[in-house]
Design a protein around this ligand. Structure first.
Ligand SMILES: Cc1ncc(COP(=O)(O)O)c(C=O)c1O
Length: 485
């Protein structure tokens, strides 16, 4: 079992946290420290042991209890260097936590921030916690596909007039499209304010010439990404990278620690380091294979249909679509994405997201050519069987609601509230954030008016088989609204 230094893989040698993780299990330990399972819970129960015996913490696992070796700092410096940032932190709390950490570092309660309405709910919750007020930027919608294609420069210019202290973008969006970022970043920097990019789904960007550049290299001031989404990291592992020209490193450090657990698990941290080393040592090679596999998969499925059934790079301006994103345009097939999803589940295949008009398949470095071939072989007969007459491209509820703000998000979040029937809720102020999940983009946020479009749209989406998250009454018969005085 023991691996000598000579035998360590190239990746392990260049990943200090991965090396610490593996080294821990190569030596004997008698820990009188947390975690309480002591990597010996299998002595109590085999199932519990299978779950927890490979778990080591940062403190007293990846490093000594007093962080004597500074292993995490070394790994974070390597990540900062690879992405060309001057600040990097590894999180075990997902992009949810990384978003919170950066938003806590921005300003003072009451300050305004310009936020893309395609933001994930974690951004909105962080704004409530930090007491910042969003000025929403609505995405541009591509008329041919009905897909949001990012924030237009004119939209940013409109909100910059309200003097926000930062700009928060979500790039790529959930369906793989991107704003034309450089002009947006220049416009923000002309006002000396930072651009924070939630790139939860774009961790692979910048490591292959056929992929969009990552946002730090495009001049953004912060990049948040989930290492467990587009990259092969441990669940809830995430990376926060920043440039400190318009952001304070001290505040970032403080707000990261304020919002992170004091007992970070070692495996997610080590996986971020290992994924960084993988991108650094073999990025173009493994990403090139993925890009080619996705291309061949799409061609193999498309060959069976006349109308385009996937979103393709050619649908969008150059550099504005992730080539490894697989988005099936179900309306072109005239059937229901939720029905296709059910048929796939029956065959052991889970998809990332399915609603009536869209299915998203997550493809990553961990998928093999054989996996894509198997998917195509199972998918094509299902699509042929369920195929009907094409429908017009429709824009999903998540991208089509223009919020009507009645009161501040934070005031509504902490207000006295009451439950009223769905019908009576129309015209009232929502106290809940409600979002189809995925993508987790708010259809209504606290402080916004519940409209007929929202109430009937949410109900129709739920009936069509979409999971509607975070409503106090998950049946959507009643809504939690701000109490009228
Ligand atoms: C754009 C975006 N940001 C943040 C998150 C939260 O990421 P995590 O699950 O890593 O906390 C998600 C999750 O889907 C997301 O889509």
């Amino acid at each position: 079992m023991e691996e000598t230094v000579e035998k360590k893989s190239e990746l392990r040698q260049s990943a200090p946290l991965l090396d610490s993780y593996l080294s821990y299990f190569e030596a004997d330990h008698t820990p009188f420290t947390i975690p309480g399972h002591k990597q010996r819970a299998s002595l109590l129960d085999a199932g519990l042991g299978a779950l927890v015996d490979s778990d080591i913490p940062l403190y007293g696992g990846l490093d000594e209890i007093k962080l004597t070796n500074q292993t995490l700092k070394k790994a974070e410096s390597l990540a900062a260097k690879l992405w060309g940032a001057d600040f990097a932190r590894f999180s075990t709390g997902g992009s949810t936590h990384a978003n919170q950490a950066i938003i806590f570092a921005l300003g003072q309660p009451g300050d305004k921030v310009a936020v893309s309405r395609t933001a994930h709910r974690s951004v909105l919750s962080a704004l409530v916690l930090a007491g910042l007020e969003p000025i929403w930027m609505n995405p541009e919608i591509d008329s041919a596909t009905g897909v949001p294609i990012g924030i237009a420069l004119t939209e940013l210019q409109r909100v910059l007039q309200e003097n926000p202290i930062a700009v928060l973008l979500t790039e790529p969006g959930y369906l793989g499209t991107l704003s034309d970022l450089k002009p947006l970043i220049s416009a923000a920097h002309d006002k000396s304010i930072p651009v924070i990019v939630d790139a939860a789904w774009g961790g692979h960007f910048g490591f292959h010439p056929d992929l969009p550049d990552h946002v730090i290299s495009q001049g953004a001031d912060a990049l948040i990404t989930s290492v467990h989404k587009a990259l092969p990291g441990y669940s809830a592992s995430a990376l926060l990278l920043a440039q400190t020209r318009y952001l304070s490193a001290e505040r970032l450090e403080q707000s990261f620690e304020t919002t992170h657990t004091t007992s970070p698990a070692g495996a997610p941290l080590a996986s971020i380091d290992a994924v960084r080393a993988l991108l650094q040592t073999r990025g173009p090679e493994v990403l090139g294979a993925l890009i080619e596999n996705v291309k061949q998969f799409k061609l193999a499925v498309q060959a069976n249909f006349d109308l385009p059934v996937f979103l393709n790079q050619s649908d969008f301006p150059v550099g504005r679509f992730d080539p490894v994103k697989i988005v099936l345009r179900v309306q072109q097939l005239g059937t229901s994405g939720v029905e296709i999803e059910k048929a796939l589940i029956d065959q052991g295949i889970r998809v990332e997201m399915a609603d009536r008009d869209t299915i998203v398949f997550l493809a990553t470095l961990a998928d093999t050519q054989a996996d894509f071939q198997a998917l195509a072989m199972k998918l094509v007969p299902i699509l042929k069987k369920l195929q009907g007459s094409p429908r017009e491209s429709a824009t999903a509820l998540s991208w089509s609601v223009v919020p009507q703000i009645a009161t501040s998000m934070r005031d509504a979040y902490f207000a006295k509230t009451e439950m009223v029937s769905a019908q009576d809720a129309i015209g009232r102020i929502s106290a809940d954030l409600i979002a189809p999940y995925p993508p987790g983009v708010a259809v209504v946020a606290p402080g916004e008016l519940l409209t007929e479009q929202i109430v009937s749209g949410l109900s129709a989406s739920q009936k069509a088989g979409v999971r509607i998250a975070y409503a106090t009454d998950p049946t959507l018969q009643n809504y939690r609204v701000v109490k009228s005085s």
